[in-house]
Design a protein around this ligand. Structure first.
Ligand code: TYM
Length: 332
């Protein structure tokens, strides 16, 4: 059976982009077809200026939202990264096969480091080595497929490169993973800034739909989405990014095709209204389940404890093998 691994970082409240680009695939497809693990990658949240209490709160919230999105602990493993030491253990070994040049070429590093510097802050070393830890997350589980949104494809490519390089140098140790992207909504854009991704830790708040936004807030944000001065509803990601984004969101929520859906509208207003209704319809059951789960925090804790146990059990032999292969003495 195929092994699937993916994760979400608790650096902000989860967004519609996270759901349509990743979580929905995990719940509707991956957990049913593969031996899959889904992780709240809390160590990754420490790579930028952070507030410890907030990271703790957001980690719990992210885990609860994974379950509210439909992940079923009977079908898949849900856990928190820092509960399984193997991620950090393997990350160091992979730092010994990765190069600093490779790290500096990562698009997200360049963007995030520039943003930190603009704010007058310093760049944490862990921001540079972030993709190595992410490669460790993936390789520790002998993962075949990594379902992610478009923005993570370069990082998964690096995990592939490191797996191949390690195997060539030290003997076959790792499965070589590949990214799987959704066909629509692989990159949901910010509603106010359709040239930028809808990211959870962005500055463009009014353009971000959060999974826990109330229906009237979702509707307001969708109706105020930036489009352009044209009138025709056509699907053109380059020329009409705002309209294309709304069509993708509508298509992802209703199961249609963005270009075909576009042909059915003669005004932006009608498209916005239907897209808003579709998003509200997708979020309502998720929010209801979230409320139920919040009323039973003991259940979420049990899921995470059991999940970490299962994950440890899967990762340890792979990471131990890597320790032997690279030349470290077995513990005496
Ligand atoms: P993160 O937390 O930024 O996002 C979680 C998932 O949501 C996807 N995503 C989007 N998809 C479409 N449109 C958007 N606007 C959008 N925003 C986010 C992301 O592509 C991702 O799939 N580095 C990762 C977390 C990570 C990870 C891993 C993922 C750490 N280790 C190992 C896979 C495997 C991240 O920051 O995702």
């Amino acid at each position: 059976m195929k092994r699937v691994f993916s994760g979400v970082k608790p650096t902000g409240h989860l967004t519609l982009g996270n759901y349509l680009g990743a979580l929905r695939q995990w719940a509707e497809v991956d957990q049913h077809r593969a031996d899959s693990l889904f992780c709240v990658v809390d160590l990754h949240a420490l790579t930028v200026d952070h507030d410890p209490a907030r990271v703790r709160r957001l980690s719990r919230q992210a885990a609860t939202l994974l379950l509210a999105s439909g992940l079923d602990p009977q079908l898949c493993t849900v856990f928190v990264q820092s509960h399984v030491d193997e991620h950090a253990r393997l990350s160091y070994l992979l730092e010994c096969v990765a190069t600093d040049g490779e790290m500096r070429r990562m698009i997200q590093y360049k963007e995030k480091a520039a943003r930190e510097r603009e704010r007058g802050g310093s760049v944490r070393l862990s921001l540079l080595t972030y993709p190595v830890l992410m490669a460790a997350d993936i390789l520790a589980y002998a993962t075949h497929e990594v379902p992610v949104g478009d923005d993570q494809a370069q990082h998964v490519e690096l995990a592939r490169d490191l797996a191949v390089r390690f195997n060539q140098r030290y003997g076959h140790t790792f499965v070589v993973p590949k990214a799987t992207l959704p066909t629509v909504a692989a990159r949901v854009m910010n509603l106010q800034e359709p040239a930028s991704k809808m990211g959870k830790s962005d500055d463009f708040g009014p353009g971000i739909v959060y999974l826990l936004d109330e229906p009237d807030v979702v509707r307001k944000k969708m109706m105020r989405a930036v489009t352009d001065s044209g009138r025709e509803v056509v699907y053109d990601r380059v020329g009409r990014p705002g309209v294309a984004n709304l069509l993708e969101i509508l298509a992802a929520c209703t199961g249609g095709d963005p270009a075909a859906l576009g042909a059915g509208y003669s005004s932006y207003g009608a498209l916005k209204k239907d897209a808003a209704d579709a998003v509200v319809a997708v979020l309502e059951p998720l929010q209801a389940r979230h409320r139920e789960l919040c009323a039973d925090p003991g259940y979420v804790e049990r899921v995470l404890r059991d999940g970490a146990g299962k994950a440890r059990h899967m990762a340890r032999p792979v990471v131990d093998r890597a320790y032997r292969a690279i030349g470290l003495l077995p513990p005496l």
